[in-house]
Design a protein around this ligand. Structure first.
Ligand code: URP
Ligand code: ZN
Ligand code: ZN
Length: 507
């Protein structure tokens, strides 16, 4: 045997199994899983001390140095170095961030610009989803196939935010092309006109404190848009992933469609599992720290519905939706105050940038609240935080599992008897953001080590990121390996490319 690393004394956890075995690694790849692997001379050894070894986590929804955040007045707190350092310190070895197509520009230009930001700066592996703002014929049918060849195989679309939102017709154009080329479509589903109407009315009545961000967006805003976009995807027979799902009725719509065997996927985030709208009612302007879209929900029972749907199979992936804006920064979460000095001492929700930091806390919170507290098995944790993201976004089995041939990306967690409770505090985090919405939250365990392609990138004993910026590599992704289109049509209509193919085949 020839290895350069052996991980010993761990329980290897995949989405399907937990096995007591050692892991042999050569050139950054897993080459052998076997009990008591003999260690060759000169080979490094990591002793997992009876703890769990999961695949490196994947965060498939992070906003890093994203320019379109400017539409909300936000300046991203993190650059690629601090965001990826924060990622690995929370056990995450792969992130997929967003490259925004600004209106009137090409998707390729967006991808090129975000490559420039990430290259030489990331300490974890990475890729991009394109946020599509112009699904024109040229972009969808000339540029998109070229992006797929470059390994960019997913897009995100919005039904809200003036700078980003697509009309129903544009959403149909996107689904049409995505089905044709096998692209994963992520959807941010909120009803834009309902939000605009409520926001105008609340503002006219002076109801602009941070928590009225939530008043302006009750759960029906999310469930209506989810239902509508689902209908658009059904018409096109195109698989769809709803991101950051928070409202019980949105989960109902998704689960009902899954029961009808539609290829519908859902993502949720730790903040919808662990926080409520109470956070937005913190004294002074502090509530601005919890301002995100969809908003944290009022009712603690809604949180329980999110847990149920996370464990019962409705949810496919858990991500952080890391979208950090500094609180103490004139461009940051304080913007709600600075735009209205003196007018409303509690700020104005219309100007508070949406989004929360969370790439570092996602894994430890999900492990603590999910696995350590008995809400889910270690295997379910791996499915939600590693494997399904790898499958959905075309990285499996290079990423998202531990098997011969996959990248040697691991997180080592303590055995149950060695766990020590601690508290989340921004002081220990590696993001450049100056707060965490989980400050003071209990943590049952934090990664002991994060390993990326056979190298330690984070040492939990000292809380140090030890990888150099630039170690992280761009990942060329393939197509989703989850259930694709089902060939279920709602009338005699078929996409033209299918009719053309049928004719070419002599049908
Ligand atoms: O509030 C949020 N989620 N901000 C980030 C942008 C987005 O839509 O995910
Ligand atoms: Zn979104
Ligand atoms: Zn987001």
């Amino acid at each position: 045997f020839d290895f350069d690393l052996v991980v010993k004394n761990g329980f290897i956890v995949t989405a399907s199994d937990t096995v007591r075995a050692d892991i042999g690694v050569k050139d950054g790849k897993v080459v052998l899983l076997m009990a008591n692997i003999p260690v060759p001379d000169g080979c490094a050894v990591i002793d997992a001390e009876g703890g769990f070894v999961t695949p490196g986590l994947i965060d498939s929804h992070v906003h890093i140095a994203q320019s379109a955040a400017k539409s909300l007045g936000a300046k991203s707190a993190d650059n690629w170095t601090t965001a990826s350092q924060s990622a690995v310190a929370g056990g995450c070895t792969t992130v997929i961030a967003f490259a925004v197509q600004n209106r009137g520009t090409s998707m390729q230009a967006a991808v090129d610009a975000y490559h420039d930001l990430a290259v030489n700066n990331a300490v974890c592996d990475y890729s991009f989803h394109v946020i599509v703002t112009d699904p024109s014929e040229e972009q969808m049918h000339i540029e998109l196939p070229k992006l797929i060849e470059q390994g960019i195989t997913s897009v995100k679309i919005y039904s809200t935010y003036p700078a980003l939102k697509l009309s129903d017709e544009e959403i149909l154009n996107t689904f049409y092309a995505a089905r044709q080329y096998g692209v994963t479509v992520m959807v941010h589903a909120e009803n834009s006109d309902m939000i605009a109407w409520m926001t105008r009315d609340l503002a006219e009545r002076g109801m602009t404190e941070p928590w009225h961000h939530g008043t302006s967006r009750p759960p029906i805003i999310e469930s209506e848009a989810t239902n509508r976009v689902l209908a658009l995807s059904e018409l096109m027979d195109c698989p769809v992933l709803f991101v950051h799902v928070s409202a019980p009725d949105a989960f109902k719509v998704i689960r009902e469609a899954q029961t009808r065997l539609m290829s519908v996927y859902a993502e949720t985030c730790p903040h919808y599992l662990l926080l409520t709208a109470q956070e937005m009612k913190a004294p002074g302007f502090e509530g601005a720290k919890a301002c995100c879209a969809p908003p944290l929900r009022e009712n603690p029972e809604d949180r329980e519905r999110v847990w149920e749907n996370t464990v019962n199979g409705t949810v496919t992936v858990v991500s952080s939706d890391h979208a950090p804006t500094k609180y103490h920064d004139e461009f940051g979460k304080q913007l709600g105050l600075t735009k209205n000095p003196g007018k409303n001492p509690r700020g104005d929700f219309r100007y508070i940038p949406n989004g929360l930091p969370g790439v570092e806390t996602r894994g430890p919170l999900m492990w603590s609240e999910g696995v350590c507290k008995g809400r889910m098995s270690p295997n379910k944790f791996v499915e939600l935080n590693c494997t399904n993201a790898a499958k959905l976004y075309g990285m499996y089995p290079q990423k998202g599992t531990i098997q011969p041939g996959s990248d040697a990306d691991f997180v080592i967690w303590r055995s149950p008897s060695a766990r020590k409770t601690s508290k989340v505090t921004v002081k220990n985090l590696h993001s450049a953001c100056d707060y965490t919405p989980f400050e003071g939250h209990d943590i049952e365990d934090w990664p002991v080590l994060t390993i990326l392609r056979g190298k330690i990138v984070y040492d939990g004993k000292t809380n140090d990121v030890v990888a150099e910026p630039g170690y992280g590599a761009f990942l060329k992704r393939g197509k989703s390996s989850l259930q694709g289109p089902r060939n279920k049509w709602l009338s005699d209509w078929r996409p033209r490319y299918m009719d053309d193919q049928a004719k070419a085949n002599g049908a």
